[in-house]
Design a protein around this ligand. Sequence first.
Ligand code: AHG
Ligand code: MN
Ligand code: MN
Length: 324
Amino acid sequence: MPKPGKTKFQIDLRRHLREHYVNENLTHLICEIAEASKYIIHSISTGDLGVAGTSNLYGEQQLELDVLADRIMRKRLDHSRVVANMMSEEMDEIIPVSPDCDGKYSVAFDPLDGSSLVDVNLAVGTIVSIFEGCDLLQPGRRQVAAVYILYGPRTTLVYSVGKGVHEFGMNMLREYTLLQENIMIKPQGNLYSPGGQRNLYTPGVEAFVTKLEKRGVKLRYSGGFVPDINQILLKGQGIFFYPHLQNMPEGKLRLLFELSPMAYLIEQAGGAASDGRKPILDLLPTQIHERSPVFIGCKKDVAMAEEMIRKFENDKESGVNKNS
Ligand code: AHG
Ligand code: MN
Ligand code: MN
């Protein structure tokens, strides 16, 4: 049932996009992504959990499901007639779909984020970033839309075209109908999702976590980026971070199809997303598989992370004893 105060009849995704004056091609594209998710759900619940015997350009072993979900998305985007270029976590390079850019969109996507969680039956998702025209190597602030689908106990879709963040649920007829509009998150929260290994955190990040824990903030980490971000959005508070580690200065998550779309959604909901120093959405990617550290969620908590990182960086540079 829609949240109290919602209209009695169900507003479906296409109608919501039209009522927000989203242009026809972008409406079609977002609805095609929603359609693809129905086949991805089917592959998750029935597909082979094995390894595909191939690896992606990160050298990560691809699961059958990664490859299958990627194929489903590619086919849908290929046939949509509104895509110029596309790339995904599972592709080695950008795939050109149409030579002309006018009225078309370029799409970067993670077809199945957290895929290794499927065999332990935890929630996973699809993440999509959409730019106008042909260029995917732009700062995330130039996205025209971001979408994610969460395959959890319920299947939900969250999107923004820059006019607020809206959540849809998949009903018995496998249609996405509106659950809530204009989701906003508070300036400060009481949950945190710490990615990576604590023993590899830098002093600034360690000090940030200690401050959070002194405040009595609760740890909530599923290992899936989509459910972990969705929790922050729907609870209206919290911070997720996958920081720079002593052995991974760039962190783990990928800018084009994980961080940029989620940063776009979280900023639209009144939150912030930083690489520890500057907004994720202002980063200019130089290559399609670029990684970045990320602190994303409540504005004040992100600012506190940046402050602690800056403080310890300055102490290190000025040689101040870091235990002070
Ligand atoms: P993917 O399955 O697409 O490679 O992404 C997994 C990511 C993301 O979902 C999650 O936040 C992160 O990996 C978890 O990493 P750790 O297992 O190192 O915590
Ligand atoms: Mn991923
Ligand atoms: Mn993935």
